[in-house]
Design a protein around this ligand. Structure first.
Ligand SMILES: Cc1ncc(COP(=O)(O)O)c(C=O)c1O
Length: 390
């Protein structure tokens, strides 16, 4: 009775189904290996935790933070963008702290679109994208991400009569772990500018890169008509702290600040101080965290390939995206993997129609546990029965 149509339009999540399967597996006494949630299992750098502890002892942090109080974090974000990507932004007008990239996206859509506007978004894609679009009352047009194109969208295939107000992308990508180079973003920005479309680039995995790969920023292609969402959740293992920032087009940032002004008072100042310190840490700190995921990738991907599953070698993010030959119902498959093998993964279907046939592994356990997960899955068929499950 009290549900608005915008609330009713937020899609349900298959993760509730997976949670129930996990409980049933536990009730059967199975030891669970949970690889379903992309939340870092590493701790934030000690200096970041210390900055937060210290802030809690400072009474100045107990009051409502105002925009002017966010200056140190905005300046740290601007310094980070310059140091890391060679991108210059004005910390007064082109940067805004967020309570996480997810919060930022939902409010950005409310800030820059009107109900009925069209949003182009990736399929497969991070599930809350659809919820944020529903809350903003948008018409969504999925952009298929196909393995044969390296999971990059084909913008030339977007029908001419689609007039998108905004295009949402995310590289390094969740769930496919695909990456995009600077030339790709330059083309996308050109495409958007020709149509008066805002490019929103969701960039939480900017620092979770492997080997010598370094992810570019979409802002390298220009700030006009581009907003990028950064997060400390993955890059600094601060998911629970809820902090990130938006940077880019001054008009879109001003609109976002207006909407957020009606909704929140910014993050707690202690969190802002911790994030300010985190963004200024030497690159090696971030590299050390990324190396942990790289070692896990090196263990899991060959083990999955040995099962005959198709996995592109991830250069970034914290996921392995595996196509299971013959699989047509990834949700049923993931439920059986949980109940019969005790291995909890995310069904590809949870990320969109184009995710069907795939499963996503979050690299949130040590290498030997990941190899054990693959071993347990060795007997699972794509049909109704599980063979040789432990
Ligand atoms: C693509 C993507 N965007 C946003 C988020 C959430 O980021 P935050 O914790 O900053 O809200 C996630 C978390 O998994 C993600 O994968």
């Amino acid at each position: 009775m009290w549900m608005s149509s915008r609330a009713a339009n937020v899609p349900g999540s298959v993760f509730a189904l997976m949670d129930a399967a996990k409980s049933r597996a536990r009730a059967r006494g199975r030891a669970i290996i949970d690889l379903s949630i992309g939340s870092s299992d590493q701790a934030p750098p000690e200096a970041v935790l210390e900055a937060l502890r210290e802030a809690t002892r400072d009474p100045l942090t107990y009051r409502y933070p105002l925009f002017s109080d966010t200056a140190p974090l905005r300046e740290a974000a601007a310094d980070y963008l310059r140091r890391r990507f060679g991108v210059g932004v004005n910390p007064e007008t082109e940067v805004l702290p967020l309570i996480g990239a997810q919060e930022g996206l939902a409010h950005l859509l409310l800030a820059v679109t009107d109900p009925g506007d069209t949003l182009l978004l990736p399929d497969p894609g991070y599930p809350p994208y659809l919820g944020a679009a529903a809350v903003a009352g948008l018409r969504t047009v999925p952009l298929p991400l196909r393995p044969e194109r390296g999971f990059l969208p084909d913008l030339d295939a977007v029908p001419g009569d689609v007039q998108p107000r905004a295009l949402l992308l995310n590289y390094p990508n969740n769930p496919t772990s695909a990456v995009a180079d600077a030339a790709f973003f330059a083309q996308v920005v050109e495409w958007c500018q020709a149509r008066g479309t805002l490019l929103i680039h969701d960039h939480p995995y900017a620092e979770l890169t492997c080997d010598d790969y370094r992810a570019p920023s979409a802002l390298e292609a220009g700030l006009d008509g581009v907003v990028e969402l950064h997060s400390l959740s993955k890059t600094h293992h601060m998911g629970g702290f809820r902090v990130g920032f938006a940077a880019g087009d001054a008009g879109a940032i001003a609109a976002l600040a207006r909407v957020k002004g009606a909704v929140d008072f910014h993050a707690y100042l202690g969190i802002q101080r911790a994030a300010t310190l985190a963004l200024g840490l030497p690159d090696e700190v971030g590299r050390a965290g990324a190396a942990v995921f790289q070692a896990r990738r090196d263990a899991l991907v060959p083990a999955l390939r040995a099962l005959g599953w198709e996995v592109q070698w991830p250069q970034a993010s914290m996921y392995a995206w595996a196509r299971v030959p013959g699989l047509t119902d990834s949700v049923a498959f993931a439920v059986r993997a949980a109940e019969d093998c005790g291995v909890v993964v995310s069904p590809g279907r949870a990320f969109g129609e184009r995710g069907e046939g795939f499963v996503r592994f979050a690299l949130v356990q040590p290498p030997e546990v990941l190899v054990e997960a693959a071993r347990r899955l060795a007997g699972i068929g794509v049909g109704e029965t599980v063979r040789n499950a432990p």
